[in-house]
Design a protein around this ligand. Sequence first.
Ligand SMILES: Nc1ncnc2c1ncn2[C@@H]1O[C@H](COP(=O)(O)OP(=O)(O)O)[C@@H](O)[C@H]1O
Ligand SMILES: [Mg+2]
Length: 346
Amino acid sequence: MNSHDLKNSLSELKYPGIHKTIGELKLLGDMKVVDSVAHIELLTVSDESYLNLKKLIEQNYSEHFTSLNITKKNLAKKDMNYGHSQAPNNRAPYAKNIIAVTSGKGGVGKSTVSVNLAIALAQKGFKVGILDADVYGPNIPRLTNTDMERIKWNDDDKIIPAQNYGLKIMSVALTTPSMDTPLVWRSSVAVNALIQFLEDVAWGELDFMVIDMPPGTGDVQLTMAQELPISAAVLVTTPQLVATDDVSRAVMMFKDINVPMAGVVENMSFFIAPDTKNRYDIFGTGGAEKIAKKYNIAYLGGIPLDMQIREASDKGEPPVALGNSEQKKYYKDIVENILQNSAFTL
Ligand SMILES: Nc1ncnc2c1ncn2[C@@H]1O[C@H](COP(=O)(O)OP(=O)(O)O)[C@@H](O)[C@H]1O
Ligand SMILES: [Mg+2]
Protein backbone atom coordinates (compact mmCIF):
# COMPACT_ATOMS: atom_id res chain seq x y z
CA MET A 1 0.00 0.00 0.00
CA ASN A 2 1.53 3.37 -1.01
CA SER A 3 1.04 6.76 0.64
CA HIS A 4 -1.81 7.71 -1.66
CA ASP A 5 -3.74 4.47 -1.10
CA LEU A 6 -3.19 4.68 2.64
CA LYS A 7 -4.54 8.21 2.75
CA ASN A 8 -7.67 7.29 0.79
CA SER A 9 -8.26 4.16 2.77
CA LEU A 10 -7.79 5.85 6.17
CA SER A 11 -10.17 8.67 5.21
CA GLU A 12 -12.90 6.11 4.67
CA LEU A 13 -12.39 4.41 8.03
CA LYS A 14 -15.48 4.78 10.24
CA TYR A 15 -14.95 6.31 13.66
CA PRO A 16 -16.28 3.83 16.25
CA GLY A 17 -19.76 4.58 17.53
CA ILE A 18 -20.75 7.27 15.05
CA HIS A 19 -21.71 7.44 11.40
CA LYS A 20 -18.75 9.53 10.29
CA THR A 21 -15.47 8.68 8.69
CA ILE A 22 -12.10 9.81 9.96
CA GLY A 23 -11.76 11.87 6.80
CA GLU A 24 -15.06 13.64 7.36
CA LEU A 25 -14.06 14.41 10.93
CA LYS A 26 -10.76 15.94 9.66
CA LEU A 27 -8.67 13.85 12.03
CA LEU A 28 -5.88 13.03 9.62
CA GLY A 29 -2.64 15.00 9.42
CA ASP A 30 0.48 14.23 7.38
CA MET A 31 1.14 10.69 6.32
CA LYS A 32 3.60 8.83 4.19
CA VAL A 33 4.84 5.32 3.56
CA VAL A 34 8.62 4.83 3.51
CA ASP A 35 10.21 1.40 3.15
CA SER A 36 6.98 -0.28 4.10
CA VAL A 37 6.68 1.71 7.32
CA ALA A 38 3.54 3.86 7.57
CA HIS A 39 3.97 7.23 9.27
CA ILE A 40 0.58 8.58 10.26
CA GLU A 41 -0.12 11.81 12.07
CA LEU A 42 -3.46 12.20 13.83
CA LEU A 43 -5.05 15.55 14.61
CA THR A 44 -6.88 14.90 17.83
CA VAL A 45 -8.60 16.94 20.47
CA SER A 46 -7.55 14.77 23.39
CA ASP A 47 -5.26 11.90 24.33
CA GLU A 48 -8.35 9.74 24.63
CA SER A 49 -9.36 10.22 21.04
CA TYR A 50 -5.75 9.73 19.94
CA LEU A 51 -5.49 6.37 21.71
CA ASN A 52 -8.86 5.35 20.34
CA LEU A 53 -7.88 6.08 16.78
CA LYS A 54 -4.41 4.59 17.13
CA LYS A 55 -5.93 1.32 18.25
CA LEU A 56 -8.42 1.33 15.42
CA ILE A 57 -5.72 1.94 12.83
CA GLU A 58 -3.44 -0.72 14.28
CA GLN A 59 -6.27 -3.24 14.13
CA ASN A 60 -6.98 -2.45 10.49
CA TYR A 61 -3.56 -1.77 8.99
CA SER A 62 -0.88 -3.68 10.91
CA GLU A 63 -0.83 -6.50 8.39
CA HIS A 64 -0.18 -4.12 5.47
CA PHE A 65 3.09 -2.68 6.82
CA THR A 66 6.24 -3.77 8.60
CA SER A 67 5.38 -1.25 11.25
CA LEU A 68 3.10 1.67 12.00
CA ASN A 69 4.43 4.92 13.37
CA ILE A 70 1.36 6.74 14.62
CA THR A 71 1.92 10.16 16.14
CA LYS A 72 -0.44 12.82 17.37
CA LYS A 73 -0.77 16.52 17.01
CA ASN A 74 -3.20 17.85 19.59
CA LEU A 75 -4.38 20.47 17.16
CA ALA A 76 -7.41 21.84 18.89
CA LYS A 77 -5.72 22.69 22.14
CA LYS A 78 -2.42 23.81 20.69
CA ASP A 79 -3.73 25.86 17.82
CA MET A 80 -6.28 27.35 20.10
CA ASN A 81 -3.47 28.08 22.58
CA TYR A 82 -6.16 26.74 24.77
CA GLY A 83 -7.75 28.76 22.11
CA HIS A 84 -7.59 31.51 19.58
CA SER A 85 -10.14 30.14 17.22
CA GLN A 86 -10.00 33.28 15.11
CA ALA A 87 -11.57 31.50 12.19
CA PRO A 88 -13.78 28.78 13.57
CA ASN A 89 -15.55 26.36 11.26
CA ASN A 90 -19.24 26.77 10.85
CA ARG A 91 -21.00 23.47 11.23
CA ALA A 92 -24.34 25.25 11.68
CA PRO A 93 -24.68 27.66 8.74
CA TYR A 94 -28.47 27.44 9.14
CA ALA A 95 -28.28 29.31 12.46
CA LYS A 96 -27.89 33.10 12.36
CA ASN A 97 -26.69 33.30 15.96
CA ILE A 98 -25.32 30.86 18.47
CA ILE A 99 -25.60 31.38 22.22
CA ALA A 100 -23.56 29.07 24.46
CA VAL A 101 -24.79 28.78 28.05
CA THR A 102 -21.99 27.70 30.37
CA SER A 103 -21.03 27.44 34.01
CA GLY A 104 -17.99 26.70 36.09
CA LYS A 105 -19.69 23.85 37.94
CA GLY A 106 -22.75 21.64 37.50
CA GLY A 107 -25.97 22.05 39.42
CA VAL A 108 -26.10 25.85 39.22
CA GLY A 109 -29.18 25.86 36.99
CA LYS A 110 -27.45 26.13 33.63
CA SER A 111 -29.97 23.89 31.85
CA THR A 112 -32.93 25.60 33.47
CA VAL A 113 -31.57 28.95 32.37
CA SER A 114 -30.84 27.65 28.82
CA VAL A 115 -34.37 26.35 28.33
CA ASN A 116 -36.08 29.45 29.71
CA LEU A 117 -33.89 31.85 27.73
CA ALA A 118 -34.51 29.82 24.56
CA ILE A 119 -38.27 29.92 25.13
CA ALA A 120 -38.17 33.65 25.90
CA LEU A 121 -36.44 34.17 22.55
CA ALA A 122 -39.06 32.03 20.79
CA GLN A 123 -41.79 34.07 22.49
CA LYS A 124 -40.29 37.16 20.85
CA GLY A 125 -40.97 35.54 17.49
CA PHE A 126 -37.49 34.16 16.80
CA LYS A 127 -36.92 30.70 15.39
CA VAL A 128 -34.99 28.90 18.11
CA GLY A 129 -33.28 25.54 18.48
CA ILE A 130 -31.74 24.16 21.66
CA LEU A 131 -28.86 21.71 21.58
CA ASP A 132 -28.14 19.78 24.75
CA ALA A 133 -24.34 19.58 24.68
CA ASP A 134 -24.12 18.42 28.28
CA VAL A 135 -23.72 14.85 27.07
CA TYR A 136 -23.02 13.37 30.51
CA GLY A 137 -25.94 15.10 32.22
CA PRO A 138 -28.44 15.66 29.44
CA ASN A 139 -31.60 17.06 30.95
CA ILE A 140 -33.06 19.35 28.27
CA PRO A 141 -35.66 16.70 27.27
CA ARG A 142 -36.96 16.47 30.84
CA LEU A 143 -37.07 20.24 31.20
CA THR A 144 -39.04 20.58 27.96
CA ASN A 145 -41.32 17.60 28.57
CA THR A 146 -39.95 15.74 25.54
CA ASP A 147 -38.21 12.98 27.46
CA MET A 148 -40.61 10.30 26.25
CA GLU A 149 -39.79 11.04 22.61
CA ARG A 150 -37.20 9.12 20.64
CA ILE A 151 -35.45 10.34 17.52
CA LYS A 152 -36.83 9.64 14.07
CA TRP A 153 -35.33 10.23 10.65
CA ASN A 154 -36.90 12.07 7.75
CA ASP A 155 -36.71 11.06 4.07
CA ASP A 156 -33.43 12.94 3.64
CA ASP A 157 -31.85 10.82 6.38
CA LYS A 158 -31.79 13.78 8.76
CA ILE A 159 -32.76 13.45 12.41
CA ILE A 160 -36.07 15.15 13.21
CA PRO A 161 -35.62 17.23 16.38
CA ALA A 162 -38.18 17.02 19.17
CA GLN A 163 -40.38 20.11 19.47
CA ASN A 164 -42.15 21.83 22.33
CA TYR A 165 -42.75 25.35 23.65
CA GLY A 166 -41.79 26.72 20.23
CA LEU A 167 -38.32 25.13 20.33
CA LYS A 168 -36.57 22.51 18.24
CA ILE A 169 -34.75 20.26 20.67
CA MET A 170 -31.88 17.81 20.29
CA SER A 171 -30.15 15.81 23.01
CA VAL A 172 -28.30 12.52 23.34
CA ALA A 173 -30.98 11.64 25.89
CA LEU A 174 -33.39 11.31 22.92
CA THR A 175 -31.14 8.68 21.35
CA THR A 176 -30.59 6.34 24.30
CA PRO A 177 -32.98 3.45 24.98
CA SER A 178 -34.46 5.38 27.87
CA MET A 179 -33.92 8.85 29.32
CA ASP A 180 -31.83 7.61 32.25
CA THR A 181 -29.51 5.25 30.35
CA PRO A 182 -26.06 6.40 31.48
CA LEU A 183 -23.62 7.36 28.75
CA VAL A 184 -20.27 5.65 28.91
CA TRP A 185 -18.73 7.43 25.94
CA ARG A 186 -15.21 8.71 25.81
CA SER A 187 -15.06 12.46 25.37
CA SER A 188 -13.90 12.10 21.76
CA VAL A 189 -17.03 10.14 20.89
CA ALA A 190 -19.21 12.63 22.73
CA VAL A 191 -17.64 15.48 20.79
CA ASN A 192 -18.23 13.70 17.51
CA ALA A 193 -21.85 12.95 18.39
CA LEU A 194 -22.40 16.66 18.97
CA ILE A 195 -20.89 17.48 15.61
CA GLN A 196 -23.31 15.00 14.10
CA PHE A 197 -26.19 16.73 15.89
CA LEU A 198 -25.08 20.02 14.33
CA GLU A 199 -24.82 18.56 10.85
CA ASP A 200 -27.38 15.79 10.63
CA VAL A 201 -30.40 17.24 12.41
CA ALA A 202 -33.16 18.90 10.38
CA TRP A 203 -32.99 22.17 12.31
CA GLY A 204 -34.34 24.28 9.44
CA GLU A 205 -33.45 27.98 9.46
CA LEU A 206 -32.80 29.28 12.98
CA ASP A 207 -32.44 32.80 14.33
CA PHE A 208 -30.86 31.39 17.47
CA MET A 209 -29.25 28.12 18.41
CA VAL A 210 -28.96 27.94 22.19
CA ILE A 211 -26.39 25.42 23.40
CA ASP A 212 -26.53 24.02 26.92
CA MET A 213 -22.81 23.37 27.40
CA PRO A 214 -21.33 20.92 29.90
CA PRO A 215 -20.02 22.60 33.05
CA GLY A 216 -16.34 23.49 33.19
CA THR A 217 -13.70 23.92 30.54
CA GLY A 218 -13.10 20.70 28.64
CA ASP A 219 -12.99 19.15 25.19
CA VAL A 220 -16.62 19.89 24.37
CA GLN A 221 -16.27 23.61 25.03
CA LEU A 222 -13.08 23.82 23.00
CA THR A 223 -14.50 21.84 20.12
CA MET A 224 -17.71 23.84 20.02
CA ALA A 225 -15.69 27.06 19.93
CA GLN A 226 -13.63 25.61 17.10
CA GLU A 227 -16.50 24.22 15.08
CA LEU A 228 -19.00 27.06 15.52
CA PRO A 229 -18.88 30.84 15.35
CA ILE A 230 -20.38 31.35 18.82
CA SER A 231 -21.99 34.78 18.95
CA ALA A 232 -22.32 35.01 22.70
CA ALA A 233 -21.49 33.00 25.80
CA VAL A 234 -23.71 33.34 28.87
CA LEU A 235 -22.15 32.29 32.14
CA VAL A 236 -24.47 31.01 34.88
CA THR A 237 -23.36 31.00 38.48
CA THR A 238 -24.87 30.86 41.94
CA PRO A 239 -23.98 33.33 44.69
CA GLN A 240 -22.08 30.65 46.64
CA LEU A 241 -19.86 29.87 43.68
CA VAL A 242 -19.34 33.39 42.41
CA ALA A 243 -15.90 33.77 43.91
CA THR A 244 -14.60 30.32 42.99
CA ASP A 245 -11.79 29.42 40.63
CA ASP A 246 -14.20 27.47 38.45
CA VAL A 247 -16.06 30.63 37.54
CA SER A 248 -12.84 32.53 36.82
CA ARG A 249 -11.52 29.67 34.73
CA ALA A 250 -14.69 29.57 32.66
CA VAL A 251 -14.56 33.32 31.98
CA MET A 252 -10.85 33.18 31.16
CA MET A 253 -11.30 30.27 28.78
CA PHE A 254 -13.93 32.01 26.71
CA LYS A 255 -11.82 35.15 26.62
CA ASP A 256 -8.79 33.10 25.57
CA ILE A 257 -10.57 31.37 22.73
CA ASN A 258 -12.09 34.63 21.50
CA VAL A 259 -15.69 33.76 22.22
CA PRO A 260 -17.60 36.95 23.03
CA MET A 261 -19.10 36.87 26.52
CA ALA A 262 -22.63 38.29 26.71
CA GLY A 263 -22.30 38.32 30.48
CA VAL A 264 -23.11 36.56 33.71
CA VAL A 265 -26.43 35.40 35.19
CA GLU A 266 -26.80 34.88 38.93
CA ASN A 267 -29.16 31.97 39.52
CA MET A 268 -30.66 31.15 42.93
CA SER A 269 -29.68 34.70 43.64
CA PHE A 270 -32.04 35.40 46.53
CA PHE A 271 -34.94 33.64 48.22
CA ILE A 272 -38.58 34.72 48.19
CA ALA A 273 -40.53 33.15 51.04
CA PRO A 274 -43.57 31.44 49.52
CA ASP A 275 -45.85 32.49 52.39
CA THR A 276 -44.81 36.07 53.10
CA LYS A 277 -43.19 36.91 49.72
CA ASN A 278 -40.35 38.48 51.70
CA ARG A 279 -37.02 38.56 49.97
CA TYR A 280 -33.97 37.10 51.71
CA ASP A 281 -30.45 37.59 50.37
CA ILE A 282 -29.15 34.42 51.94
CA PHE A 283 -25.73 34.58 50.36
CA GLY A 284 -25.39 38.34 50.32
CA THR A 285 -25.88 40.44 47.24
CA GLY A 286 -23.86 41.64 44.32
CA GLY A 287 -21.54 38.66 43.85
CA ALA A 288 -22.11 38.15 40.15
CA GLU A 289 -22.04 41.89 39.59
CA LYS A 290 -18.57 41.94 41.11
CA ILE A 291 -17.42 39.13 38.82
CA ALA A 292 -18.86 41.01 35.86
CA LYS A 293 -16.92 44.14 36.84
CA LYS A 294 -13.73 42.20 37.44
CA TYR A 295 -13.76 40.68 33.97
CA ASN A 296 -15.37 43.60 32.23
CA ILE A 297 -18.45 41.71 31.12
CA ALA A 298 -22.12 42.52 31.60
CA TYR A 299 -24.23 41.50 34.57
CA LEU A 300 -27.33 40.10 32.88
CA GLY A 301 -29.60 39.69 35.90
CA GLY A 302 -30.56 37.40 38.74
CA ILE A 303 -33.18 34.69 39.25
CA PRO A 304 -34.40 33.89 42.75
CA LEU A 305 -34.23 30.52 44.44
CA ASP A 306 -37.87 29.59 44.04
CA MET A 307 -39.40 26.22 44.94
CA GLN A 308 -41.97 26.63 42.18
CA ILE A 309 -39.21 27.02 39.61
CA ARG A 310 -37.73 23.72 40.68
CA GLU A 311 -41.03 21.86 40.88
CA ALA A 312 -42.30 23.14 37.56
CA SER A 313 -38.95 22.52 35.84
CA ASP A 314 -38.86 18.94 37.08
CA LYS A 315 -42.28 18.41 35.49
CA GLY A 316 -41.15 19.85 32.19
CA GLU A 317 -43.15 23.04 32.66
CA PRO A 318 -40.70 25.90 32.09
CA PRO A 319 -41.49 28.95 34.25
CA VAL A 320 -41.08 31.37 31.35
CA ALA A 321 -43.85 29.53 29.49
CA LEU A 322 -46.16 28.44 32.31
CA GLY A 323 -45.03 30.27 35.44
CA ASN A 324 -46.38 33.43 37.07
CA SER A 325 -45.64 36.87 35.71
CA GLU A 326 -42.73 37.53 38.10
CA GLN A 327 -41.01 34.30 37.11
CA LYS A 328 -41.48 35.12 33.44
CA LYS A 329 -40.06 38.58 33.92
CA TYR A 330 -36.72 37.38 35.36
CA TYR A 331 -35.92 35.36 32.25
CA LYS A 332 -37.34 37.90 29.80
CA ASP A 333 -35.28 40.71 31.33
CA ILE A 334 -32.14 38.60 30.99
CA VAL A 335 -32.93 37.94 27.34
CA GLU A 336 -33.31 41.68 26.71
CA ASN A 337 -29.93 42.25 28.35
CA ILE A 338 -28.31 39.53 26.27
CA LEU A 339 -29.72 41.05 23.10
CA GLN A 340 -28.33 44.43 24.14
CA ASN A 341 -24.90 43.11 25.02
CA SER A 342 -24.19 41.05 21.92
CA ALA A 343 -23.59 41.59 18.25
CA PHE A 344 -26.30 39.39 16.79
CA THR A 345 -27.40 39.08 13.17
CA LEU A 346 -31.15 39.62 13.18
N1 LIG B 1 -33.98 29.53 40.27
C1 LIG B 1 -34.15 28.31 40.76
N2 LIG B 1 -34.87 28.07 41.87
C2 LIG B 1 -35.02 26.83 42.39
N3 LIG B 1 -34.50 25.73 41.84
C3 LIG B 1 -33.78 25.89 40.71
C4 LIG B 1 -33.57 27.17 40.09
N4 LIG B 1 -32.83 26.99 38.97
C5 LIG B 1 -32.58 25.67 38.89
N5 LIG B 1 -33.14 25.01 39.92
C6 LIG B 1 -33.09 23.57 40.21
O1 LIG B 1 -31.74 23.23 40.51
C7 LIG B 1 -31.41 21.94 39.99
C8 LIG B 1 -30.22 22.07 39.04
O2 LIG B 1 -30.61 22.84 37.92
P1 LIG B 1 -30.09 22.48 36.44
O3 LIG B 1 -30.66 23.50 35.52
O4 LIG B 1 -30.35 21.06 36.13
O5 LIG B 1 -28.54 22.75 36.67
P2 LIG B 1 -27.26 22.43 35.75
O6 LIG B 1 -27.74 22.31 34.35
O7 LIG B 1 -26.36 23.60 35.96
O8 LIG B 1 -26.67 21.18 36.29
C9 LIG B 1 -32.69 21.45 39.30
O9 LIG B 1 -33.39 20.63 40.20
C10 LIG B 1 -33.47 22.73 39.03
O10 LIG B 1 -34.86 22.51 38.98
MG1 LIG C 1 -27.75 20.58 33.14
